[in-house]
Design a protein around this ligand. Structure first.
Ligand code: NAG
Ligand code: NAG
Ligand code: NAG
Ligand code: NAG
Ligand code: NAG
Ligand code: NAG
Ligand code: NAG
Ligand code: NAG
Ligand code: NAG
Ligand code: NAG
Length: 613
């Protein structure tokens, strides 16, 4: 590596920094002069100052199709963004020479973007432009994370950059994602591109695309064109093979993998438009008045489940899997398998016959898994299933048909409890707890003719119609520990998490504010954690930083919603904070807000905090 020697000539070399480590603490979080989100794991800045970025600034790097695209993008950004932080960083501009180059070194440029790829990097910005800044990483993908950090350290017009600093950064969790459902409502490709862009800004690396469901089938598959032909909402509401290729390539340039999900065998009502013969209970009323909740046909309007006893089902399913695996190169394949309802299968005569011969619904699901899982793994894929396939109370398969080396389970119910159950069974897990990570919650119900909203004044409005109320605030998301209650061995099986936007009541018009900046909260918690060096939760100092970061995302074209009045951003620190600690519930606190009144002696609390009540 030609640049190794050079780094020892820097006045502010890595070697010097390590010597300083023991005596000079890292810059304190409070009064952080410039914001980087997610906060790097190690940020050493002994004398905070800034230098001009030369208008001739260059970034030198190895040629690589995706890295070159990223470098060109960041170069343009640092020279033209001219970000004006809401609170001007108290940094003195040194009279040193402007910084003229950033030198990138990569240990192995050939490593592909896959789960577990090394994303660590180190970034050194010298205190004078007579030296070069350096960014070193093991992989191209680590460099992309470092370039994002560098871009956030640049601000003002003309561009100036924070200087005299050393950052060494590495994520806590390898899998940091966003789930977007494009079946309940359609999102144009431009929205998905913008989502990937915003994810990359937050160092998130997996776009889990829940493409299809009972409501629509927008993905055009070469071998099964009728599925979208009849199952999409309309001509302009489809994703073609070209769209997918564009998204996948775009994702690579931003260091974001795309994991496709074609949910099955439930959540497949839309398949019945093309293939009514392979779908049970399609187009039925989801929950007839006379029927118990347990006997509903679907958990929301939009019924239909694939029939695992029909040979024709597998003809279609195998074409779908083959096409999807061809279109999406990622080695993770999300195969759904959530929320299978007994009554939907029971309307089918062939299933009735099977059951009358003492067959069980769980055997029917196992038949489906036995016929599809080995096929997906034969395509060199790791299969992700929702937790239901193992944990559902009525329809589930034996763990013996879900080899842990090929299967990852994705948890969403019962807070940390299901994650615990899954890792105890030896599976790797991705966490999307609906108590913490569901971005759609708390927005009311979507069903018409809903009598619960017609209550006399003064009546408790109950849960407001949202099954997973309340709204998950950025703080709820930030403070959630996805390895809560797990021992060290079990924690290692937790690959990471995904916040999820289910789209019954979301589309293009609200996508950005529903996702951002709450996904940023998870992004930091999974990258460098939600605690400070002493182990204390750092939500207090994170508030000001997230405020600034949200503002910067907005100026970068992401419609992230505000988390506070602008007044707070301009008066950071204590002005908009609680002055003392609020009491906490011990243990599981997913429903803290709703239970507030019941769990606390509100009166004794009130006189302590007159300013709140
Ligand atoms: C930038 O490059 C141009 C042309 O190469 C040169 O004239 C100019 O002085 C340079 N500016 C700085 C600040 O280095
Ligand atoms: C900036 O310079 C002023 C005046 O020399 C000094 O008082 C202040 O401490 C400096 N700020 C920082 C962050 O070094
Ligand atoms: C900085 O990097 C450039 C290559 O971009 C090199 O020509 C120059 O010598 C380096 N400067 C120093 C001080 O190392
Ligand atoms: C990632 O790369 C860095 C730099 O080469 C190295 O120090 C680190 O050990 C690697 N991490 C893993 C998990 O291999
Ligand atoms: C089903 O089980 C019942 C009771 O266990 C038994 O009487 C019956 O013979 C079984 N029927 C078949 C077809 O195996
Ligand atoms: C699924 O496959 C496993 C292993 O081959 C087998 O033991 C099991 O009986 C199969 N299940 C069904 C329902 O066919
Ligand atoms: C299978 O996937 C692994 C990564 O999970 C990759 O290293 C390997 O090259 C792939 N094999 C084939 C035949 O594509
Ligand atoms: C999780 O398990 C604990 C202990 O069994 C229980 O008290 C708690 O209610 C469970 N939480 C949820 C959300 O199921
Ligand atoms: C962690 O829990 C697992 C059960 O999930 C148990 O087998 C293992 O011994 C525990 N490890 C430690 C270090 O306590
Ligand atoms: C609304 O629901 C009531 C039952 O609560 C039912 O009697 C009525 O027909 C429904 N009206 C419409 C328009 O669906």
């Amino acid at each position: 590596m030609g640049y190794t020697k050079l780094s020892f000539q820097l006045p502010f070399s890595i070697f010097t920094i390590f010597l300083l480590c023991s005596t000079i603490p890292e810059i304190s979080a409070v009064g952080y002069p410039i914001n980087v989100w997610p906060k790097p794991t190690t940020f050493l800045w002994t004398r905070p100052q800034a230098i001009l970025l030369s208008p001739n600034f260059t970034i030198s790097h190895t040629n690589h199709p995706y890295l070159t695209a990223a470098v060109n993008r960041y170069l343009r950004q640092v020279l033209t963004e001219h970000h004006k932080p809401l609170v001007k960083p108290p940094l003195n501009l040194t009279s040193a020479l402007p910084l003229s180059s950033l030198i990138i070194t990569i240990t192995d440029v050939t490593l592909p973007l896959t789960h577990g790829v090394n994303e660590s990097y180190t970034l050194t910005i010298p205190s004078t432009g007579s030296s070069n800044a350096t960014l070193s990483a093991h992989t191209v993908w680590g460099v992309m994370r470092g370039l994002e950090t560098f871009s956030q350290l640049v601000y003002s017009k003309p561009s100036i950059v924070a200087s005299g600093l050393y950052i060494s950064d590495v994520p806590l969790f390898m899998h940091r994602g966003v789930v977007l459902d494009t079946s309940r409502n359609y999102y144009p490709v431009e929205d998905l591109l913008r989502l990937i862009k915003a994810m990359s800004m937050n160092k998130l690396n997996v776009f889990h695309w829940h493409i299809t469901d009972s409501h629509s089938f927008p993905l055009v598959l070469p071998s099964e064109p009728e599925l979208a032909g009849k199952g999409a909402y309309g001509e302009g509401m489809k994703y073609t093979a070209e769209d997918v290729k564009r998204l996948v390539e775009f994702g690579m340039e931003y260091g974001v993998r795309i994991v496709p999900e074609i949910d099955m065998p439930a959540h497949t009502g839309s398949w019945a438009e093309a293939y009514p013969e392979i779908v049970t209970c399609a187009n039925m009323f989801w929950w007839p008045a006379e029927v118990e909740w347990a006997d509903r046909f679907a958990s929301e309007p939009g019924t239909g489940q694939l029939n695992p006893l029909s040979p024709k089902t597998y003809e279609v399913v195998k074409n779908v899997i083959n096409d999807v695996a061809t279109m999406f190169p990622d080695t993770f394949y999300h195969a759904g398998a959530d929320e299978i309802l007994p009554n939907c299968w029971k309307v089918d005569p062939s299933i009735q016959t099977f059951l009358s011969k003492n067959g069980t619904l769980s055997q029917i699901l196992e038949t489906f898994v036995n016929s599809t899982l080995p096929h997906i793994t034969s395509l060199n894929r790791t299969v992700v299933y929702w937790e239901d396939v193992l944990l559902d109370s009525s329809i589930k398969v034996s763990p013996s048909v879900l080899p842990p080396e090929n299967v990852i389970l994705h948890t969403w119910n019962n807070g940390p409890n299901n994650t615990k159950r899954v890792v105890e069974s030896g599976y790797r897990v991705i966490v999307s707890s609906s108590d913490f990570y569901y971005l759609d919650c708390g927005h009311g119900g979507f069903l018409g003719n809903d009598s619960q909203y017609d209550q006399p004044p003064g009546t408790d409005p109950g849960n407001g119609g949202s099954w997973c109320e309340p709204f998950k605030t950025w703080q709820t998301i930030y403070n959630y520990d996805i390895t809560y209650g797990l021992n060290e061995t079990e924690s290692k099986l937790v690959l990471g998490g995904e916040v999820a936007l289910w789209s019954e009541q979301a589309d293009s018009t609200v996508m950005d504010p529903r996702i951002w900046p709450r996904a940023s909260a998870m992004a930091e918690a999974l990258w460098s954690g939600n605690r400070d060096e002493t182990g204390k939760k750092r939500y207090a100092e994170a508030t000001d930083r997230l405020n600034e970061w949200r503002y910067r995302m907005v100026t970068r074209g992401i419609g992230a919603e505000p988390i506070q009045p602008l007044w707070c951003v301009k008066n950071p620190g204590l002005n908009c904070a609680y002055g003392l600690e609020l009491p906490r519930l011990e243990g599981y606190t997913g429903r803290i807000c709703r239970n507030w009144g019941q769990q606390f002696d509100e009166d004794s609390f009130k006189h302590k905090l007159p300013q709140i009540f």
